[in-house]
Design a protein around this ligand. Structure first.
Ligand code: SF4
Ligand code: SF4
Length: 470
């Protein structure tokens, strides 16, 4: 692999594309992208943004469809309420999410970054488009940047930053609506910020952060902050599908000329268009790089060039490094199928957890440190602690019933009926009495049923202790 070796000999991996030798940031002015992938990405982005911005307004049975109220520890996912007591489902979901991300990345590379990540979508599909609209394409942007502060520059910069700030404010409101709920947000607007100071300060902080990120920090989020981006080095391998340059076909690169014989050259005409459109400022021809967010802008740019010079498209394409080196067309490998099957399995387990989750969680244990008690001469009692968590939006009536027909005269004293408000945890202590005449051993089980609104959800086999000889 002469070409690959030649590329690897370069020192592009030793420094960031947007930092100069003195360590100063180089501002990136990417050329406006266009092409099939860009169109497809725009459609996906608009659909995702429509979903995100309308999300807080969507309700299910009068409650938000999605809510992530960390402060009050209230979570709603697709209309299902989750409480802190659902932590185990949350933990499984987190684990599934992590494994999912790792396996997905190993097989499909950074598809998420280019197509789904909010940072890329907001930056490339909202803020960058405003910038192109006000400042023009990359050359005009460079010219504007270099010019002294005259009326044109002041007007354009002011307009752009006002729009950036408004957009950041709208995004912040949306994020806040997912945290505190749209009703609370509306209340803040009606009552005024002083009555909801905490939420208002959060809103200002969010707006400031978003404005800073999209107006200035930009690609640095992906390059130096995002942990997912930093992990690419250990997750990607030669079989991962990534945006890649076909150096076998493209090298040696060089300008084509009608006057000279350039038949020894590869397909890359060294036009630099793929570099000019890159929002992170890299040259994909150097190979897979941490900075590449798989935005596909370089694929579109190169395809356009290839079409113009009448050569096959796909010099830059989605492919595996191995696919490029061996010249084989990418196909779903056994590994990709196996990993995808694991992903489906994990999602299945999580779905099963969600479906099997009870509306009311019940706990019944014998009171710690107690043993049997005599109630007169003919009855023995045991104490138990009970705890119920109502995980729904409606009040629930919960009852305990002794299920043992043989011992129908057993009594539950001290609260066999409870009312739990939405999200409320109620607890209590119950006493179970057994006539001495019915006791056959020192330790036996008693089935106690838990009924929610008259429907049995669970039966506890409560251990009962009694004196040895009776
Ligand atoms: S756009 Fe294509 S032809 Fe032009 S430099 Fe990039 S890889 Fe080469
Ligand atoms: S190299 Fe291509 S896919 Fe990667 S960030 Fe740059 S333009 Fe996007």
């Amino acid at each position: 692999m002469e070409a690959a070796k030649a590329l690897d000999d370069k020192h592009y991996r030793d420094s960031l594309s947007n930092v100069n030798k003195k360590g100063k940031r180089l501002w990136i002015f990417p050329k406006k992208p266009s092409g099939g992938y860009y169109k497809a990405r725009s459609i996906v982005s608009w659909a995702l943004m429509a979903l995100m911005f309308s999300g807080p307004f969507l309700k299910w049975h009068g409650h938000p469809l999605m809510l992530f109220n960390v402060l009050e520890r209230k979570f709603i996912l697709f209309g299902f309420p989750f409480w802190p007591q659902d932590f185990k489902i949350f933990a499984v979901a987190m684990l599934t999410g992590i494994v999912f991300i790792i396996l997905f990345t190993v097989v499909w590379g950074r598809v998420f970054c280019g197509w789904v990540c909010p940072q890329t979508i907001f930056m490339e599909m909202l803020f960058r488009k405003i910038e192109y609209w006000i400042d023009g394409d990359w050359k005009q942007q460079q010219r504007l940047n270099a010019m002294p502060w005259n009326s044109e520059k002041i007007r354009k910069r002011t307009l752009k930053h006002i729009l950036f700030f408004i957009l950041s404010f709208i995004i912040s409101n949306t994020f806040l609506a997912y945290i505190i709920g749209i009703d609370e947000l509306k209340l803040m607007m009606v009552d005024g910020p002083l009555d909801h100071l905490g939420s208002f300060i959060s809103l200002l902080i969010f707006t400031g952060v978003f404005y800073f990120v999209f107006a200035w920090f930009r690609e640095l989020v992906c390059i130096i902050v995002c942990p997912y981006g930093r992990l690419q080095g250990v997750m990607l391998d030669k079989k991962s599908v990534v945006v890649t340059y076909d150096q076998v076909r493209g090298e040696p690169r060089g300008k084509i000329s009608k006057k000279e014989d350039t038949s020894h050259l590869g397909d890359c005409i060294d036009c630099n268009l793929c570099v000019n459109v890159c929002p992170t400022g890299i040259d994909i021809r150097n190979g897979i790089q941490l900075e590449c967010i798989n935005c596909t802008a370089c694929i579109d740019a190169c395809n356009e060039v290839m079409t113009k010079i009448d050569r096959p498209t796909g010099l830059i394409r989605y492919d595996t490094v191995e696919g490029v080196e061996k010249g084989e067309k990418w196909k779903l490998s056994g590994r990709a199928i196996a990993y995808s099957a694991v992903l489906v399995l994990l999602l299945g387990i999580l779905t099963a957890f969600m479906i099997m989750r009870d509306d009311v969680e019940a706990v019944l244990v014998r009171t710690y440190g107690t043993t049997y008690q005599y109630q007169g001469n003919d009855t023995i009692s045991n104490l138990y602690n009970v705890e119920f968590i109502n995980k729904t939006f409606t009040e629930k009536k919960i009852e305990l019933r002794m299920e043992d027909k043989k011992h129908a005269n057993l009594l539950i004293i001290g609260g066999d009926s409870y009312a739990a408000a939405p999200g409320e945890l109620v607890d209590g202590t119950i006493m179970v009495k057994v006539p001495v005449s019915q006791i056959r051993s020192s330790h036996f089980k008693l089935p106690i049923g838990v009924y929610v609104e008259g429907e049995k959800i669970k039966t506890f086999e409560a251990g009962f202790v009694a004196p040895v000889k009776h």
